[in-house]
Design a protein around this ligand. Structure first.
Ligand code: GDP
Ligand code: MN
Length: 404
């Protein structure tokens, strides 16, 4: 599960990480008033005057480059930036060409930046440990740093029981080049980030950028602050975090995926044209591979699981058939716990309710398969595009040929 930056900032702030405060708005007419509330004073060296940042709240990064993080110096500039973001779709390297609609903005006080850093905790599959990843090349895409300058990335594994320890955080702070009082501040932030990652069952907890402000009379070594944050959570653990569940934003989800998850189906939209309905994640992956082998491309991954009801199966067909990209459907069932009759009834229900105008290839095997075949036979008047397949190879061949 993903959350918005403003929510991630709240979590960080509660964990003791210094984060400039902000206000969210969903109408550009509020921007001028909020500017006056949050804008900070700039140093004369940085041009003086007031500074705030308007930031689109969407579940995708790369906002800065896309023009959806804007530094503004007056209420008028704030209004203009807010109006732009709320009336244009954001296209970044993380969104795909269609882009994302923006309905909420975060306005925060601007800060002067002396240097940007990268900080994250995630899981390293190779070492089977959680790991702190840090870099003095912050603010930019970390994937790019990893590719072009891998030496600039520091990795520090977390202890399986003790998590990140103080000496490790200080060591990393020195390696990143923090000086004087910055070292303690940066180490404290790393510790808080690691604790949050574990406490909240995150899959990633990221601050990019972590920044140091220029030296001032009040802070001769500058201040270390988090000015952007991203958290993803393990869906299998959100049941024990009511606070995190409350941050779920359905508007940011793919509507078909959301419908499927409400019915207990695992559905992932893909960009091909063969709709798939399969029982079991492993079989679903094998099905997609076999389709690819026959020159076809799957429109989705859909695992109805072992115990789907007739209603869930019917809903699964509704989701598949409502996708205009779908030019053919492949049903591949190897019934163990799943009852073939339930699937067959779902097919017949979908045929009555929506109708299969596209080719439908069905491979049924396993528990109660005779009853399933009988149901399909009885419904054959409505299943005019149905082709039966003897095995998965045959099914993939038939559906790939049907959509070619
Ligand atoms: P992202 O592009 O989606 O990761 O959005 P960020 O919140 O990380 O902002 C992108 C970039 O905008 C940062 O790396 C900074 O360079 C710049 N930026 C964001 N907030 C401020 C600020 O308060 N002051 C200054 N000077 N730059 C900022
Ligand atoms: Mn960022």
């Amino acid at each position: 599960m993903k959350i918005h930056e403003y929510q991630a900032r709240d979590i960080l702030s509660q964990a003791g990480v210094p984060v400039p405060p902000g206000v969210t708005i969903d109408n550009y007419e509020e921007a001028a008033r909020v500017f006056k509330e949050v804008a900070t004073d700039c140093r004369p060296e940085d041009g003086g005057g007031k500074l705030a940042v308007v930031k689109a709240q969407v579940h995708a990064g790369g906002r800065g480059k896309a023009g959806f993080v804007k530094l503004v110096r007056s209420p008028e500039e704030a209004t203009e930036a807010a109006r732009f973001m709320l009336s244009n779709k954001m296209v970044s390297y993380q969104t795909g060409a269609e882009g994302l609609e923006v309905t909420k903005l975060l306005m925060v006080g601007g800060v002067d930046i002396a240097k940007e850093y990268y900080l994250a905790i995630t899981t390293d599959r190779k070492t089977r440990r959680h790991v702190l990843i840090a870099s003095s090349e912050g603010g930019v895409e970390i994937e790019k740093v990893a590719e072009e300058n891998p030496g600039a990335i520091v990795r520090e594994p977390l202890h399986p029981l003790l998590g990140l320890q103080g000496f490790q955080a200080r060591k990393v702070a020195f390696e990143l080049g923090f000086k004087g009082k910055q070292v303690g501040q940066a180490a404290k932030i790393m510790m808080a980030l690691a604790r949050t990652f574990l406490d909240k069952d995150c899959t990633i907890a990221e601050i990019n950028p972590l920044i140091v402000t220029p030296a001032s009379d009040d802070h001769p070594d500058g201040q270390v602050l988090a000015i952007d944050a991203k958290f993803n959570f393990d869906d299998n653990a959100t049941f024990r975090h009511k606070d995190i569940q409350g941050m779920f934003d359905p508007a940011e989800e793919n509507p078909s995926e959301l419908r499927a998850s409400r019915m207990g189906l695992s559905y992932i939209a893909l960009d091909g044209n063969i709709g798939c309905l399969v029982n079991g994640a492993g079989l679903a992956m094998a099905t997609m591979d076999t389709i690819a082998l026959e020159g076809g491309t799957p429109a989705n991954f859909l695992d109805v699981g072992g115990s789907a009801s007739e209603e869930a199966v019917t809903e699964a067909f509704r989701i598949i058939l409502e996708d205009d990209a779908v030019k053919g459907v492949l049903v591949n069932i190897f019934g163990g716990i799943m009852d073939c009759a339930v699937i067959a009834q779902g097919i017949v229900n979908a045929a009555s309710e929506i109708g299969f105008e596209v080719p439908l290839v069905v491979r049924l095997e396993g528990t109660n398969v005779e009853a399933g075949r009988k149901i399909l036979e009885e419904g054959s008047a409505k299943l005019t595009t149905l082709q039966a397949a003897t095995d998965l190879g045959d099914a993939a061949k038939k559906v790939a040929a049907a959509v070619a």
